[in-house]
Design a protein around this ligand. Structure first.
Ligand SMILES: CC(C)(COP(=O)(O)OP(=O)(O)OC[C@H]1O[C@@H](n2cnc3c(N)ncnc32)[C@H](O)[C@@H]1OP(=O)(O)O)[C@@H](O)C(=O)NCCC(=O)NCCS
Length: 327
């Protein structure tokens, strides 16, 4: 059996609370002008204490279920990509299962930082292709506000909270997910990571003071590798899919920095109008970023059934991926 897997519905959720660049000026030595000119971000959403990652994920999932026109009971597998699980265990997908009533689903989380959603889509495709499962819910959800050092201006201005989701199923006559390229480079783990909180430096251990449970990032290195990896993965996946950039109706990139997206557009020789961008409103929401952008692009009619889209992501690990989908 080698069935194709199509995205048959999407959903997303962002918290109501808006944090503007002006709000950040009150927290750290920064300015709206600096943040906007260096990143393109104007504001981001912040989830309150009552809203762990699973709650945002469940709301995005419910929207995707409705968009796909299926029942929660039909879902065979839930993959939740996140680096901010509610707890070490149980996995966040299990909490989502209960919240949405997907009683027949198998549930696991996937850890690939900002790349998690596309790693999840490819994992879902393989389960569908093998015939193991018929209906898969893939979620990208992160509450980065819970792991940001709010005194570090190098990182705290970049991130936000949110969740996006997609339902995958075989759809007769559609190519669906046509090709995916994924990559990783663990040798560069230390340019974007959280030193503490895990088994290497547990919270409240003798080494926890020097290893906080907050994001550490070398911005310039991350920027450089993000551009190279996303350009190369996109070029490769277009070849794999047998599709030229001009045939792509909409490019949906990871929403980390407008300048990174401009560099990708320039290297692929594609105009910026063909990229869906929402980082000005949400900042970088990690695994949720490309999933929220996909849902927005879908709901605002940026592409039609039968057209092709390209999604591309990059994150800590390092990890990256690019996927071409026939809608
Ligand atoms: C972080 C980033 C926006 C910084 O932009 P940049 O143009 O590279 O800026 P630089 O690193 O040259 O820093 C310039 C100066 O601004 C300062 N600066 C950093 N953050 C600042 C802020 N929020 N406000 C004001 N100044 C800031 C730096 O301290 C530095 O000062 P110095 O030269 O006195 O040391 C950019 O490197 C970036 O986006 N990197 C990728 C990040 C990313 O995508 N991460 C997630 C990947 S999934």
């Amino acid at each position: 059996m080698n069935r194709t897997a199509s995205i048959i519905g999407t959903g997303s959720y962002v918290p109501d609370r808006v944090m503007t660049n002006a709000d950040l000026e009150k927290l750290v030595e920064t300015s709206d002008e600096w943040i906007l000119s260096r990143t393109g971000i104007r504001e981001r959403r912040i989830a309150g204490p009552e809203m762990p990652t699973s709650e945002m994920a469940a709301r995005a999932a419910e929207a995707a279920i409705q968009n796909a026109g299926i029942q929660a009971g039909e879902i065979d597998l839930i993959i939740c990509a996140t680096v901010t699980p509610d707890m070490f265990f149980p996995n966040t997908a299990c909490f989502v299962q209960t919240k949405i009533g997907a009683v027949n689903a198998v549930c696991f989380d996937l850890s690939a930082a900002c790349s998690g959603f596309l790693f999840g889509v490819e994992t879902a495709r393989q389960f569908i292709a093998s015939g193991t499962y018929r209906t898969v819910l893939v979620i990208g959800a992160d509450k980065l506000s819970s792991i940001v050092d709010w005194t570090d201006r190098n990182t705290c201005v970049l991130f936000g909270d949110g969740a996006g989701a997609a339902i995958l199923q075989h759809r007769e006559g559609s190519k669906g997910v046509m090709a995916t390229r994924m990559g990783s480079n663990g040798a560069l783990a230390d340019i974007l990571y959280i030193p503490g909180g895990g088994s290497a430096h547990p919270a409240n251990s003798p080494t926890s003071a020097e290893n906080p449970v907050t994001i550490r990032m070398n911005g310039r290195e991350t920027y450089k590798h993000a551009v190279t990896a996303m350009v190369e993965a996109s070029q490769q996946v277009l070849v794999d899919a047998g599709v030229s950039p001009s045939e792509i109706a909409c490019f949906i990139p990871h929403q980390a920095n407008l300048r990174i997206i401009e560099a990708i557009a320039s290297r692929l020789d594609v105009s910026m109008e063909r990229f869906h961008i929402n980082l000005d409103r949400y900042g970088n929401t990690s695994a949720a970023a490309v999933a929220i952008a996909l849902d927005e692009a879908n709901r605002t009619g940026r592409f039609k059934r039968g057209e092709k889209i390209l999604m591309v992501v990059f994150g800590g690990g390092l990890t990256w991926a690019s996927t071409v989908v026939e809608w």
